[in-house]
Structures are given as C-alpha cells and as structure tokens.
Design a protein around this ligand. Sequence first.
Ligand code: FMN
Length: 262
Amino acid sequence: MPRTRLPDLVMGNLVANPPIVQGGMGVRISRAGLASAVANEGAIGVIAAVGLGDFEHQPCTRYATINADALRRELRAARERTTGIIGVNIMVALTDYASLVRAAVEEGADIIFSGAGLPLALPELAAGAQTKLVPIVSSGRAARIIAKKWARQRRVPDAFVIEGPRAGGHLGFPRGDLDRGKAPELDALLGEVLEVADGIARGCGRPVPVIAAGGLFDGADIARVLSRGAGGGECARRSSGNRGPSGRLSRATFPVLRPSPR
Ligand SMILES: Cc1cc2nc3c(=O)[nH]c(=O)nc-3n(C[C@H](O)[C@H](O)[C@H](O)COP(=O)(O)O)c2cc1C
C-alpha cells in the first residue's frame, strides 16, 4: 500500500513526524520508557512531572526536591534511550510547579506542556531557556488570555494544545456540562484556538501550531483534526500499556501511528 507522508509538526528547530504528541499521564504512567519509545518513532514523547519522586517514604518538607530530582532522573533516562523529542507535562495546579519547571529547563527538556490552570508565569520561570513552551487550553478565550499575558513577558507560545471534553483527564469544563453532553466538541474548540494562534503567528511572523487532543484514537482521528487545520494530534490513553512482546512500544503496538482501516 503506498504510504502518504504526514505533514511535519514544527516548533522552531523541533520537527516531529508523525505529527503526534503523546499526552502526559501522571502519576508515574508516562515516564522515560514510554516517552523515549514514542520519540524514537519520530513523534513527541512526554514525561508527566507530577509526583515522580519516592516522597511517600520521606519527610514532607522534601516533597519538591524529591520530585524535581526524580524528574531530572527521568529526563536523563529518556535521553539515554533516544535522540528524539522529549517534552515534560507540568500542571499549573501543582504545589511544586516552579521547582519542576526549573528542573525541566535545567535538564534541557525540549518542550514544557502546561495546563490544569493558566500557565501565566511560565515564561518568567523558564526565562532564557531554549525549551519550547506550550500551554494546554480548553477554549479560545484561555488561549487569548495566556497570549496577552505572555506578550508582556515578550514571549509567544510555541504551540497550543487544545484539549476537548473527550480527553481522559484534567478536563477544563464544568462537570454539569460534561454530564449533560453540553461541553463544546473538540472540532469547534480547535477552530477557536486556531483563530487565536493565527493572529499570534501574523504578529510574530512564524507559525504557532495547534495540537488537538481528547478522544483521538487512530489514524483517521488524527487525519480528521489535521484536515481541520491542526498542526498535530495528541493521544494519551491509546499509548499506555501498548507494549509488544519485546516490552517495547513500536509502530505495531502504538496503533495511532498506523493508518486506520476505516
Ligand atoms: C491516567 C491519565 C493521567 C493523566 N495525567 C495528566 C497529567 O499529569 N497532566 C496533564 O496535563 N494531563 C493529564 N492527563 C490528560 C491527558 O494528557 C489527556 O487526556 C490527553 O492528552 C488526551 O488524550 P486522550 O484522549 O487519549 O485522553 C491524564 C490522562 C490520563 C488518562
């Protein structure tokens, strides 16, 4: 069967193909093993920074240090296994957010993905680093607020992730709306964020890709969001636990990397 090359997902000097991001999954689900396996396929692997350390057996005053050290270890372990793109997911709501951002930056993480709150202080915390900064949002309004605040810190988002109501966790929608099926669908939200990203891109003279997330499971889902203007698609649940007999994740065991039969 002839293979169609998918478009690249480009953030400055970082180029991912296939244009897929593995969504961050805490606690301790997406670590160096999964992230490096995804990165070795050309996509973007992501380590979830939440609660990585062995803090249960340590004094709680050391919580932030233990987690930051564990994140450093995961990033180094990932680097030993891949030369591909490795990002870190750091939720704004975490009490040790600032210390995790600093650890990720100091270890040279390629990208920080940050949601579960508005990452308004992220540029300041990551100042001077090469690390790309990518907010995770649930609406065009949130994207606009972040872009406005970051502009005052002379920083432009390197991309956005728009996470729709079908994502597996950390949803930015009221519970009642989700229960009644009233939350806006991903495709509509993608349009909103694309409008904001296009405005920013015109202002700064470089593309600001929008990565669609939430309920994408196979190649047809990825193709759908790409055809609607997304620069890439993000999958989390589809990548967890899909290991082959060798214990390694591969194109054969990460179905979203394969063309869909649909
Ligand atoms: C078990 C689990 C853990 C998650 N942990 C995080 C997290 O630490 N930080 C975050 O921003 N999102 C987290 N998420 C949300 C996923 O990143 C999000 O669901 C994903 O990007 C969209 O892919 P999906 O449709 O396969 O769920 C988590 C989701 C799951 C299912």
